[in-house]
Design a protein around this ligand. Structure first.
Ligand code: F6R
Length: 592
């Protein structure tokens, strides 16, 4: 959600570096973009800007002047509609200071009144523009760093900003919520909302903490406390990520590439980190109440976790959607253990829930994909998902990584690690079948039959219930078809009223104690005219369309959901959509 990229240094194509940086951040989701660069043709070092609604696509910034300093932003609208004017960067009245912003300034109304009273002219509807005029107000008296610091301290809400000053050739950035990192190069430095965007240039990274304000020029970086301006010692870490994994390779879309990466992700988890997984399972074993929290897809992994721990370890574990957790967290004690599941590690609902839990003295565990993310840093104990960069907005491989970890954690508690490993080996074989050309043809044929429908219903029971929810989410996000996942047992309590002739109904039927009852649900839908798509280890006459999935014991939930992911992907393609960038969605949801 909102991508930020800034460059200052010896190169003269700063604007192109920034545009490429924004492209690397496109996966975060946005509706408009903009780049500002210093116009050295003008004596006063004014700033030249290009801002546009829509995706960057093949756009260039060749119409902007060459210089060694530029700043860019991909905007996901909050304050003010999607328009060129509302896109960032925004300028002060003098045109010499530019700002980009991620977050929401909650007290913007009050600040706006003050600024207008002091004679500043606002041309957009954004809260961001108010911020740059507040900074301009004090800039001449107290300098850039202090002016940004004082203004930032007055913002309510969670925000990250970068201000570009052409006159002093300096960026000042501050953050209280959204992610922001500095990349340190030789005679050049970078700022971005995600380290991956910087890695093509340098791997020396500093993750700016909440409550820090930084001043960055081409040769100097200083980090200060936003509270009192005092300077802090900081250490740049060398990040060892492979930048090539962020390429699409032979695949047309990241979503398909990431679906195909899942066997390797699962294999890596099974074969590595044994010690760490054991230590983590010990914490669960010893806690007085473990709570799994996450948002969206991650929340369905949490729900699956409750079944996994009950079935394998006979242990009761709670779960909650992170956005709801805080409202029912009064029962937490220092003996509780809260485990947050998150791909990005930046989801604001998850971060808020974790902070709330911490305020009760609770220890935090994390299953998180992004090293150095806010969740990673906030947690006391962490297991890195190791799924590699997930670029498609629609999450796939992070989900199966979370399920794999949960299965292993529960199995270690139950003393059944080897059984779980054997099942997960079967999962790998099953995925070879599912990701084969012949299987994909089967899925595409099904898509040809169902892609024009407005609604799709998905049922599961027990462990396949969260899989039904996740499959429905994949279909919704990627193809914009309304898909509803629900517990098969709930069918008769309402949803069955919606089943009409020909409506696609997907039924997950793994080889477990739910098989018979799930089949009954499929039959009930069939009796009302539903077109039954059975995803199961064996065929049945009630299925109008059958997608086989090998029985891998309880771990069957992984291949089952991967069939659901493929359905979402191919429905999206058939409907002419871009599955990597669904409308209105962002990869990392950093505002409430
Ligand atoms: C669905 C999806 C979202 C995310 C959710 C949490 O495909 O991507 O539902 O799962 O926004 O994101 P993370 O895992 O980054 O906390």
């Amino acid at each position: 959600m909102c991508g930020i990229f800034g460059y200052i240094g010896v190169r003269k194509d700063a604007k192109d570096i920034v545009l490429n940086g924004l492209k690397a951040l496109e996966y975060r989701g946005y509706d408009s973009w903009g780049v500002a660069t210093i116009d050295q043709r003008i004596s006063g070092k004014e700033i030249a800007i290009k801002k546009k609604v829509g995706k960057i696509g093949n756009a260039t910034v060749s119409d902007l002047p060459e210089s060694g300093m530029a700043l860019g932003h991909t905007r996901w609208a909050t304050h003010g509609g999607v328009s060129d004017i509302n896109a960032h960067p925004h300028l002060d009245c003098s045109g010499k200071l530019a700002i980009i912003h991620n977050g929401i300034i909650e007290n913007y109304d009050e600040l706006k009144k003050e600024i207008i009273k002091s004679g500043h002219k606002l041309i957009s509807e954004t809260d961001t523009e108010v911020a740059i005029h507040m900074i301009e107000e004090n800039y001449k008296k107290i300098g850039l760093l202090e002016a940004v610091r004082q203004a930032f301290n007055r913002f309510e809400g969670l925000n990250a900003i970068i201000v570009m000053d052409g006159l002093t050739q300096t960026f000042v950035a501050a953050k209280s919520g959204s992610p922001l990192v500095i990349g340190k190069g030789k005679d050049e430095n970078f700022l971005a909302s995600d380290a991956h965007a910087i890695l093509p240039y340098t791997n020396r990274i500093y993750f700016i903490e909440d409550g820090e304000i930084v001043s960055v020029s081409s040769r100097k970086i200083s980090v200060h406390s936003t509270k009192d301006g005092s300077q802090k010692e900081v250490k740049f870490n060398k990040v060892g990520w492979d930048i090539n994994i962020a390429d699409k390779g032979k695949f047309p879309y990241f979503m398909l590439k990431e679906i195909f990466e899942q066997p390797k992700v699962i294999e890596d988890i099974v074969n590595n980190n044994e010690k760490q997984i054991e230590q983590f399972s010990d914490l669960i074993k010893k806690s007085y109440g473990t709570y799994l929290i996450g948002s969206g897809t991650a929340s369905y992994a949490c729900l699956a976790g409750t079944y996994i721990f009950s079935r394998i370890a006979k242990k009761h574990i709670n779960w909650a959607a992170a956005s709801e957790f805080g409202y029912s967290a009064d029962f937490l004690t220092p003996k509780s253990f809260v485990i947050a599941l998150s791909q990005s590690g930046e989801t604001i609902d998850v971060i808020d829930a974790v902070k709330k839990a911490k305020s009760h003295g609770v220890k935090i565990g994390a299953l998180v994909n992004v090293l150095g993310s806010t969740l990673y840093r906030l947690s006391d104990y962490k297991l890195l998902l190791g799924a590699g960069v997930e670029k498609a907005v629609v999450s796939t491989k992070a989900f199966s990584a979370k399920l794999t970890y949960l299965i292993l954690l529960a199995s270690i508690i139950a003393g059944n690690k080897n059984k779980a490993k054997k099942e997960l080996d079967k999962v790998i074989i099953s995925l070879e079948e599912i990701l084969s050309d012949a299987y994909l043809i089967k899925i595409k044929k099904l898509v040809d039959i169902i892609y024009k429908f407005r609604d799709i219903y998905v049922i599961g029971r027990g462990l396949s219930y969260p899989i039904a929810l996740e499959t429905a989410l994949k279909i919704k996000e990627a193809s914009y078809i309304h898909a509803e996942g629900f517990a098969a047992g709930e069918l008769k309590h309402g949803v069955i009223a919606l089943i009409e002739n020909g409506i696609p109904c997907i039924a997950f039927l793994p080889n477990d104690e739910t098989y018979g009852a799930n089949l009954a649900g499929a039959m009930e839908m069939k009796a009302r005219g539903g077109y039954i798509i059975g995803i199961s280890y064996k065929p049945h006459e009630v299925f109008d369309y059958y997608l086989p999935v090998r029985d891998c014991g309880l771990s069957s939930i992984i291949p089952l959901v991967i069939v659901g992911q493929l359905l979402g992907y191919y429905l999206s393609i058939k409907r002419g959509l871009d599955p990597d960038k669904p409308r209105n969605l962002a990869k990392s949801v950093t505002v409430k």
